[in-house]
Ligand binder design. Structure first.
Ligand code: GLV
Ligand code: MG
Length: 341
C-alpha cells in the first residue's frame, strides 16, 4: 500500500463524515487474512514461507493467545516484522479489545517499533463509532510522534449485538476505516445464539418442504439455512455505503474443507472481498473462492464489449443485458484487474 498522504494528515480534529482517504490510499482487497500467533515459535517460524502465498499475514494478539503470553506475542510480532521482508503481502495485527488491560501497551509498543510496516490494525469487539474514534486519535498521536510517513488503517470486527446495530456509524467513523469482518463466535455468544460452532452453518437451522400428500412427513426434504446471512448482508450494505471492504471471518472446523468453501463462496457472492484463514489449507480455498472464475471474467468481458457505449440493451445467448447488468460485469472485471495487478 502506498499513498500521497502522510500520517500527519491524520493528526487533526475528528472530521466525522469527511471523504474517505481510501480513494487516495489504495487498500487492495485481500482474499485471505491468515492468522498466526506470534508467541508460538512453530507458527512464527512458518511466517517467511507464507509470504507471497497470501494477501495478508496477521499477527494475532487477542483471543486464542493465552493471557500469560500477551507480552511474548507482542514482542514476537515486533521481532517477526523487523526480520521479515513481506514483499507485496500486507502485515496486519489484531490488537486486544478496548476493555482489556493489554490494548494500550499493544498500540504504544507496536506503532513506534513497527508502525512503518503495519498496514492495518484490526480492532475486536467494536461497539460503536466511539471505539473507532478512540483508536483513531491514539494512532494519530503515536504516528506523529514516530514520524510515520503513511497512516495505519483500521479494520473492525463485528462481534457484538450493539456493534451490529451500529454498523453504519462504525464504517463511517474514521477515514482510516479499511473494512469490517464478521466475528461469528463472539457474536453468537453475545446474542445468546445456541450454537457452539465457530462460523459455518448448523444442521438444526433448517426449513422443511411443505407437506406433500403423496409422501409421509418423515421423508419431506429439509434445507439448511444460513445462520449468518442477515449479519453479512447488513455488513456488506454498510461497507458499500462507506466505500470500505466487507469480510467473512473465521471458519473453525479446519477439517471440513467443503463446508468452509461453501461459507466462503456465499460470502463472496453476497459482496465480501475476503475472509480469515486459520490454517494454511484455508488460504488456498480463500484465494480461489474470492477470485472471480475464468468463466465469469470471460462472460463479463463479453458483455462489456457487446454493450459498446454502455447504454441500451443487447441480447447475448438468449439473455438480456443492459446498463445495469453491465455494471455487474464491471465489478467482476475490476476485481480481476485488481487481483492481477
Ligand atoms: C472472532 O473473533 C469471532 O469471535 O468469531
Ligand atoms: Mg472474537
Amino acid at each position: 500500500m502506498s499513498g500521497s498522504r502522510s500520517a500527519k494528515d491524520f493528526f487533526r480534529p475528528l472530521a466525522v463524515g469527511a471523504p474517505s482517504p481510501l480513494t487516495e490510499i489504495p487498500a487492495r482487497p485481500s482474499r485471505a487474512i491468515h492468522f498466526f500467533d506470534p508467541s508460538n515459535p512453530k507458527m512464527a517460524a512458518k511466517v517467511p514461507d507464507l509470504v507471497s502465498t497470501v494477501d495478508v499475514l496477521l499477527g494475532n494478539l487477542e483471543d486464542a493467545v493465552k493471557a500469560d503470553n500477551k507480552l511474548a506475542a507482542r514482542e514476537g510480532l515486533v521481532q517477526i516484522a523487523q526480520d521479515t521482508d513481506f514483499g507485496p503481502t500486507q502485515l496486519w495485527t489484531r490488537i486486544n479489545s478496548l476493555d482489556s488491560p493489554w490494548v494500550l501497551d499493544d498500540l504504544t509498543t507496536l506503532v513506534p517499533a513497527i508502525g512503518h510496516k503495519l498496514d492495518v490494525i484490526m480492532v475486536p469487539k467494536v461497539q460503536g463509532a466511539e471505539d473507532i474514534h478512540y483508536v483513531d486519535r491514539l494512532l494519530a498521536q503515536l504516528e506523529a510522534k514516530a514520524d510515520l510517513e503513511r497512516p495505519i488503517l483500521v479494520h473492525a470486527i463485528l462481534e457484538t449485538a450493539r456493534g451490529v446495530a451500529n454498523v453504519e456509524e462504525i464504517c463511517g467513523a474514521s477515514p482510516r476505516m479499511q473494512g469490517i469482518s464478521l466475528g461469528p463466535a463472539d457474536l453468537a455468544a453475545d446474542r445468546r445464539m445456541k450454537t457452539t460452532r465457530v462460523g459455518g452453518g448448523h444442521p438444526g437451522y433448517l426449513v422443511r418442504q411443505d407437506p406433500n400428500p403423496d409422501q409421509p412427513a418423515a421423508v419431506r426434504q429439509t434445507y439448511q439455512q444460513d445462520l449468518w446471512h442477515y449479519t453479512i448482508a447488513r455488513m456488506v450494505d454498510a461497507c458499500a455505503m462507506h466505500g470500505i471492504y466487507p469480510y467473512y471471518g473465521p471458519f473453525g472446523d479446519i477439517a471440513d474443507v467443503t463446508a468452509c468453501e461453501d461459507q466462503f463462496r456465499n460470502a463472496f457472492l453476497l459482496g465480501c472481498v475476503g475472509t480469515w484463514s486459520l490454517h494454511p489449507k484455508q488460504i488456498e480455498i480463500a484465494n480461489r473462492v474470492f477470485s472471480p472464475s475464468v468463466e465469469d471474467i470471460a462472460h463479463a468481458r463479453r458483455v462489456v464489449a457487446a454493450m459498446g457505449d454502455g447504454t441500451g440493451a443487447v441480447m447475448l445467448d438468449g439473455k438480456m443485458e443492459d446498463d445495469a447488468s453491465l455494471k455487474q460485469c464491471l465489478v467482476m472485471v475490476e476485481l480481476a484487474e485488481q487481483l492481477a495487478a
